[in-house]
Write a protein that binds this ligand. Structure first.
Ligand code: ADP
Ligand code: MG
Length: 302
């Protein structure tokens, strides 16, 4: 197991930022850690990287305890913090020499050239960090996280604040790095996890509310099946709407409109229509509801 988090609770004074959080990430997985601001993502990541002690619980990286063996943990982990703390007065190359020196990287000059190529910093390597655009500063952040070739990467909102082109470039770099590494990546952008993650862990108010493969999370959490928004020509009692064959859930939206569903995903439109005809009602409109991951997320975190 690359990352193992067991019953982590974190209190800042009286405020509980994490409440009994547990999850595991296997070697080679790219996992999206998603949740609204203040959910506890950064706190969890700092704990995993050994920069912040939990109030209780354990976490391991590659089998090393983050508190007891924090030096080993840092050797195996590359961390891009949310506030990417770069030194604006330093030159790109000088900064990478500095970070590589801390990690005691062998053949440092060779490794720096390699990493500069990998992160697309060739043309910027002799510039001061302060002179770079946010997208390029983020590349420097990724370069420092990768310099010691760690097995695990922890990236805290790596694309926040970037423009759409920069987002694509950084995502590509992450996907490329992910071919040989385990990655935990936080974001509040749904499309980001859909684009690059194998699995998604949703956190809200310090608690895990979902943890599943990216493609499956929607089916599991939506509990939706086949949902139809239907409008009748008159106000009906819930007891009547419930009698529509194949419909197992009904929800009054407003006036004559209802959300009705079949949890097994069976198409209920024909059944609704026949039912209405038999009972002498008219169906004024009927729309199948397509739920996106986005909506599932909002549902889970509201
Ligand atoms: P996220 O990264 O998901 O936005 P954080 O982990 O930064 O969430 O924060 C989780 C909660 O803990 C928030 O309510 C935040 O205000 C609080 N918090 C974070 N850091 C500190 C701190 N150093 N001192 C006090 N409260 C903090
Ligand atoms: Mg954060």
């Amino acid at each position: 197991m690359s990352i193992k988090v067991e019953n982590i609770t974190k209190l800042y004074g009286k405020q509980k930022a994490l409440n009994n959080v547990s999850f595991e990430i296997k070697s080679g997985e790219i996992v999206g850690f998603i949740g609204p601001n203040g959910a506890g993502k950064s706190t969890m990541m700092k704990i995993i990287c050994g920069y912040l002690p939990p109030s209780s619980g354990n976490a391991e990286v590659n089998g090393f305890d983050v508190m007891e063996q924090s030096l080993e943990v840092r050797r195996h982990i590359g961390y891009l913090p949310e506030q990417n703390p770069l030194y604006p007065e330093m030159y790109v190359k000088e900064y990478l020499e500095f970070v590589g020196g801390i990690y005691n990287v062998k053949n440092l000059q060779g490794r720096i050239s390699e990493i500069i190529g990998l992160t697309g910093l060739d043309r910027e390597q002799h510039k001061k960090i302060g002179a770079l655009s946010k997208g390029y500063r983020q590349r420097v952040g990724l370069a420092q996280a990768l310099i010691h070739d760690p097995a695990v990467l922890v990236l805290d909102e790596p694309t926040t604040g970037l423009d759409p082109n920069q987002i694509v470039e950084i995502r590509n770099l992450i996907s490329e790095a992910g071919k040989s590494k385990t990655i935990l990546l936080s974001t509040h952008i749904m499309q980001e996890v859909e684009a690059i993650c194998d699995r998604i862990i949703i956190i809200n108010k310090g608690e895990i509310v979902a943890n599943d493969r990216t493609g499956e999370i929607y089916q599991h959490t939506a509990q939706a099946g086949f949902i139809v928004l239907v409008e009748f020509n008159k106000v009906l009692d819930e007891s009547i709407v419930q009698k529509i064959p194949l419909v197992d859930k009904v929800l009054k939206v407003k006036g004559d409109s209802w959300l009705v569903s079949n949890s097994n995903g069976i198409d209920i439109r024909e059944s609704i229509f026949k039912f209405a005809v038999e009972k002498g009602y008219s169906v004024l409109s009927m729309q199948k509801q397509e739920k996106s991951l986005e909506e599932v997320f909002q549902e889970l975190t509201k």
